[in-house]
Design a binder for this molecule. Sequence first.
Ligand code: PLP
Length: 371
Amino acid sequence: MSHYLDHAATTPMRRCAVEALATHAGLLNPGGQYASGREARRVLEESREQIAELLGADPIEVIFTASGTEGDNIAIQGLYAASPLRRVVSTPIEHSAVRETISHLPGVESELLPLDEGGHVSELSLLDEPAALATSMWANNETGAIQPVAEIAARAAAAGTPVHIDAVQVVGKLPVDFHALGATTLAASAHKFGGPRGVGVLLARRSPAPSAVLFGGGQERGIRPGTSNVAGAAATAAALAEASAEMEAEEARLRALRERLREGILARVSDVEVHTAEPALPTHLHLSFPGAVGDSLIMLLDAAGVEASTGSACSQGVNRASHVLEAMGVSLESARGALRLTLGRTTTQADIDAVLGVLPRVVERARAAGV
Ligand code: PLP
């Protein structure tokens, strides 16, 4: 039996989500002006209302998308298109769904907020000058570092700048209140909290709203046209409801397991660098074993029945050194030996003990193999 410690990449679907998918898989087009269309529309709108309530938004602000990546693209491209300004402020540690999107904005003048050694945005004065938009992730997908998103939203709002928050790692794990946060748009992804892969949620205020960057039948306020995935929406609502109900208990349980993992590794392996610094998600532990290569660690762990990742972008099976660790000032040698262990709803103490059992030998072998 393998031990899955890559929940930040994706997490198994919850039974309630599988059931909602199966129950509603046969529904037809919610745009249809007849009984079967009305039935599909009812399920879609009930799912929208449930998600809105769980995330502190109005139902009309909930836009179903096909992924977190799509939500990030629609929000960033759309807010940029809606503004006469070309300046965009973000952070050096964004997911490629945000980084790549910004780099492809025509004529963009991109600026990055500074970061401290723990991987947290440390200074906000760049937000005092108006920009087309500002964007920040709520928590980093590699380290789990939680960013000061409420401060970022308030500071940008004071300059009249719309704010997009990539909350893909946070929704379902920490409480989210969209209105209290004060952001303009917020992206989430169902497969990170036990919903189906390939369904996202974009929260978008009525004003300022992102201009349309996709064109078609006008569904989802014209912001995300295309025939709706009703069963996916229902499964997402079911997963988010369950995740929200068990959030507090899970946060405490996972934090304790993560600490057991962190302390166990530090006690058993020499020369370890821990990159996850508080405030951080309870699910993440990002470390480096200088002298080893992350890819070797992953392969040796896999052979020993432990599934983990280096946490950084993977291109055709080869990992590049992480831009997140680089921005945190981690040396290249350390960044190359990075390992991300992420916990989730199905993680047990047995998983943690299994990792602690195999990791010392894995690190020894990866270090012997060299760089
Ligand atoms: N943003 C962050 C912070 C993520 O961690 C991810 C997924 O890893 C994404 C965006 C993209 O989400 P999706 O896989 O739904 O496209």
